[in-house]
Structures are given as structure tokens and as C-alpha cells.
Ligand binder design. Structure first.
Ligand code: D3G
Length: 494
């Protein structure tokens, strides 16, 4: 070995020792953390985790380490909560302590802590309070939005009819219908289904949900400092987010130009009003960056999760035609053919309601929630979790908890029906997560799911292109989301 080779080797040994020493120190500090697999310097528990299916790895680790354990994603510890009991005790019983948003680098690189879904502290509290109030003022959870969804469901039916019983992929027509509801509330208008630029935006959202659910999104979240410099599909996430941001910025500019304080048209106008009211407050949570990112979060979150659930739901109903037939029967009996479904019908349609709940449980669209963190030093199940520790509440482990559901791997609407065939509420049902970070669009999403499902099934029978046994319900990829495999189907007029 020559001198430079020796020097290089010496330096590598020094750096490795330094890292092991640093790791050892932080280990000591974290010695009160729950048990878990031994991490390696820098890569943490990478060797124990399958990037393609994190939930499966977390499930296997829970068999050895129990319902609360520590894993290292890179050099960062995260506490995994596995099973209904652990998730409930954290997110509900100790809801305040567990109310922080954990690290999510793939989104943070873009939002810089300014979007409502990915911010913390007073900023988050102020934005959340404001958003909930403003969404309510624009009719979310009320008749105004119900009518908006009914109108959109009508357009959706017209689009389905245009297919003339020929096969088609429902992805984008569904995201157009779903997105138009949040667009009406946030931007003040819906978009025409033929609008090419609207379709382009929805493609960006759809692609980002897929990329964030792929190995690349998962790797970025674990090794942001390395992935930042590496080429690969993950870089598309950021260019797509930038394009979405440009669109949002343009809409905000248009709102600013036509702004009339006496006549707020939508969420953006109300935010602009709030910005003007707090102009002199340097601590204000309401400024252009929080407006842009909050609008983006509502647009993204309000589009992709509901349309993915509906897309998964159609696939499930085609796999189980006897369940689809029972929904048809209930719609026929309760609503008939001469009027459109309304939210009032829901209480008289326990079977359809149970099917929708079961779709949400089974499809389990956001399997690990969005990451949480504890906002102060927290005692939990005999451990001390230092302030800021990341928390992974595994929602799959709630939805597939054998102590809560008889045969969790089987799709069965009876999970949500009692002996009297009434809807049975289950505590272990958290598709919107739970506690203080529960999805702020929950009531809007539930309305959309009910009205779109029932309106489509009132008008059509869903017919697969392959025999039901051949339909594969396992996700195409699983990360941030569980994304269903792409498919085409025919819709036959009833
Ligand atoms: C992702 C990126 C930007 N804004 C929102 C999201 C997101 C993912 C899942 C949900 O929101 C929950 N509705």
C-alpha cells in the first residue's frame, strides 16, 4: 500500500470511530427508548426493513419486539406503535403529547414547514383552527357542499355514460370529480372535465402519490441528505410539486387582483383577509408561504386519498359481485331510480354504509398515517420518549388487528353491522388517523365517499374484464399510500 492509500485507510477508520462514538453517545441518551433491533451506524435498521413493503417489515418486527418498539431510520430513532391498543393509547389517551407532526423529508423539502399538514406548534394550531372554521363557513359538513357533490356526481355519471359500456380506466375521471369539490371550496370554481390543464395538475398529484408510495419516496424519507444528491425517479416528486406550486401561486395572484373584503368567495379570499388583518404582527402564522402550502395541502390531500379509495372500492366490488348486488338492492329499495342519493339516505342504508367502511378498512389507503412526534418529554408504557421523537402509528395494524376484527384479511361488510343490521361503529377504524392530527377533511371525504359510491351504483353495474377470482387486490406499491393496481372496467347502465 502506498502512502496515499494508507492515509485514506487511516481516515476511513477515524471517521468510522467518530461515528460509532457519536452513535454510542446518542444511544446512551436514548437508552430509555423502547427495545428494538440493533441499528448500524448511519444506516440504522435498513437491513431489517423492506423498502417495498415497510408495513410487512414492521409487522414482523412487532412479533419479536411487541407493540411499542424503536427502529432507526438512518441515524434517527422512530417509535413504532403496532396494534389498536398502542395506537389508541398514544393518539387518543395521550393525544396532546403525540400531536406533533414527525419528520417527513420528502414533503418538508418542498413545504419548509409552512403547510398546515406538515407544520407544528402555534403555527399549526392557528392554521388548523382557521382552516376548520373556514371550511365550515363554506359549507363543508353542510347542505351547501352536499349539493356541490351531488352536482359533481351527476357530471361523473354523464362521463361514465359516454364510455358506452366500453372498457376504461377510472383513475382520472374519478380524481376530476373528487378534486372539483375541494377546488370549489378552495379556489372558488370547478373545472371542466375536458380542461387539459386540470388533467395535467391531477396527473402531477397522482404521480406524486405513487412516487411517495414507492421505494424511492421511502428511501428519500430515510436518507434525505444522500438522496438529495442522487439521480433517480424521486427527483420528479420535487419538480411536480414545483409545478403544482406555480399553479397555486397563479390562482392566489388572480384572487389578490379581484379581492373584495366584503365578499369572500372561497378559502383563499378568507386567508387573504386574515393576512391583511394580521399584517402588523411579525409573529403571524398567516403569510404568503403558509397560504401557498396550506392551499397545496388541501388540494393534494383532498384529491388523491378520496379518489384512490373510490378506485379501490370499485375493484373490491367487482371481486365480490354478491356484495355489489346487495348494495344495488339497498339503493333500489331506499332511493329508487327517480332521485339522486343524499346524505339523509345514509342512516337508512346501513349495508352500503358498512361496505364503504369496510372498503376504507380493507384498502387502508394511508398505512402508517403521516408521521407523528411527541411535543414534550413523554412517559409512555414505562418508557421516556424525549421531546421531538418521531412516532409511526401503524394504521394497518389497527385495521387488521385480530383482537378487533374476526377475520381481518377477509373483506366482510359484517365487520360494521350489528345483529339488528344497523351500522356498528368500531373504535379500531382510523382511515383518517385519530386524535389531534385527524384529517381535517374527514367530514367532506365521508360525504364524497357515500354520494359518489351510491350515485355510481344507482346508475351502473361494474363489470370487470377478467373473472373475479383473477382480480388482485394487493397494492401495486405501498409507502405513504397503498396504491391499487391499475385496471380497466366496463360500466353497464342499470
Ligand atoms: C401530501 C403532500 C402534500 N399535501 C398533502 C399530502 C397528503 C398525503 C396524505 C394526506 O395528505 C392525507 N389527506
Amino acid at each position: 500500500m502506498d502512502v496515499s492509500g494508507g492515509l485514506l485507510l487511516f481516515m476511513i477508520i477515524c471517521i468510522s470511530c467518530l461515528m460509532l462514538f457519536r452513535h454510542g453517545k446518542s444511544w446512551k441518551k436514548e437508552r430509555q427508548l423502547p427495545p428494538g433491533p440493533t441499528p448500524l451506524p448511519l444506516i440504522g435498521n435498513l437491513l431489517q426493513l423492506n423498502m417495498k413493503d415497510m408495513v410487512k417489515s414492521l409487522s414482523m418486527l412487532s412479533e419479536k419486539y411487541g407493540s411499542v418498539y424503536t427502529i432507526y431510520l438512518g441515524s434517527q430513532p422512530s417509535i413504532v406503535l403496532y396494534g389498536y391498543k398502542a395506537v389508541k393509547e398514544a393518539l387518543i389517551d395521550q393525544g396532546d403529547e403525540f400531536s406533533g407532526r414527525g419528520e417527513f423529508p420528502v414533503v418538508f423539502r418542498f413545504t419548509q414547514g409552512n403547510g398546515i399538514a406538515f407544520t407544528n406548534g402555534e403555527k399549526w394550531k392557528n392554521l388548523r383552527r382557521f382552516a376548520l372554521q373556514t371550511l365550515r363557513n363554506f359549507g363543508v359538513g353542510k347542505r351547501t357542499v352536499e349539493q356541490r357533490i351531488q352536482e359533481e356526481a351527476y357530471y361523473l355519471v354523464q362521463e361514465f355514460k359516454k364510455t358506452n359500456e366500453k372498457p376504461f380506466d377510472p383513475t382520472f375521471v374519478m380524481s376530476k370529480a373528487v378534486s372539483n369539490v375541494i377546488c370549489s371550496v378552495v379556489f372558488g370554481n370547478r373545472f371542466d372535465y375536458q380542461d387539459k390543464s386540470f388533467l395535467a395538475l391531477l396527473s402531477l398529484i397522482n404521480e406524486n402519490f405513487q412516487l411517495m408510495s414507492s421505494v424511492w419516496g421511502t428511501l428519500y424519507n430515510i436518507f434525505p441528505n444522500l438522496m438529495y444528491y442522487l439521480p433517480g425517479p424521486h427527483n420528479k416528486i420535487f419538480s411536480n410539486f414545483e409545478k403544482l406550486k406555480l399553479f397555486v401561486l397563479e390562482r392566489i395572484k388572480m384572487h389578490d387582483e379581484l379581492f373584495d373584503a366584503n365578499c369572500p368567495r372561497d378559502f383563499i379570499d378568507c386567508f387573504l383577509t386574515k393576512m391583511k388583518q394580521e399584517e402588523k404582527n411579525p409573529q403571524s402564522s398567516f403569510h404568503t408561504e403558509t397560504l401557498v402550502m396550506t392551499t397545496h395541502n388541501l388540494f393534494f390531500g383532498g384529491t388523491e386519498t378520496v379518489s384512490t379509495t373510490l378506485r379501490y372500492g370499485f375493484l373490491i366490488l367487482m371481486k365480490y359481485p354478491e356484495i355489489q348486488a346487495k348494495v344495488h338492492e339497498e339503493i333500489e329499495r331506499v332511493i329508487g331510480r327517480n332521485r339522486c342519493p343524499s346524505i339523509e339516505d345514509r342512516s337508512r342504508m346501513p349495508y352500503s354504509d358498512a361496505v364503504i367502511h369496510e372498503v376504507q378498512r380493507f384498502a387502508d389507503i394511508i398505512p402508517m398515517s403521516l408521521p407523528h412526534r411527541v411535543i414534550r418529554d413523554t412517559q409512555f408504557q414505562g418508557y421516556t420518549l424525549p421531546m421531538g421523537t418521531n412516532i409511526i402509528p401503524v394504521l394497518t395494524s389497527v385495521h387488521y388487528d385480530p383482537t378487533q376484527y374476526k377475520n381481518p384479511n377477509v373483506f366482510d361488510p359484517q365487520n360494521f353491522l350489528d345483529d339488528k343490521v344497523c351500522l356498528k361503529k368500531k373504535d379500531a377504524f382510523m382511515p383518517f388517523s385519530s386524535g389531534k392530527r385527524i384529517c381535517l377533511g374527514e367530514s367532506l371525504a365521508r360525504m364524497e365517499l357515500f354520494l359518489y359510491f351510491t350515485t355510481i351504483l344507482q346508475n351502473f353495474q361494474l363489470k370487470p374484464l377478467v373473472s373475479p377470482e383473477k382480480i388482485d387486490l394487493t397494492p401495486q406499491c405501498s409507502g405513504l399510500g397503498n396504491v391499487p393496481r391499475p385496471y380497466q372496467f366496463c360500466v353497464l347502465a342499470r
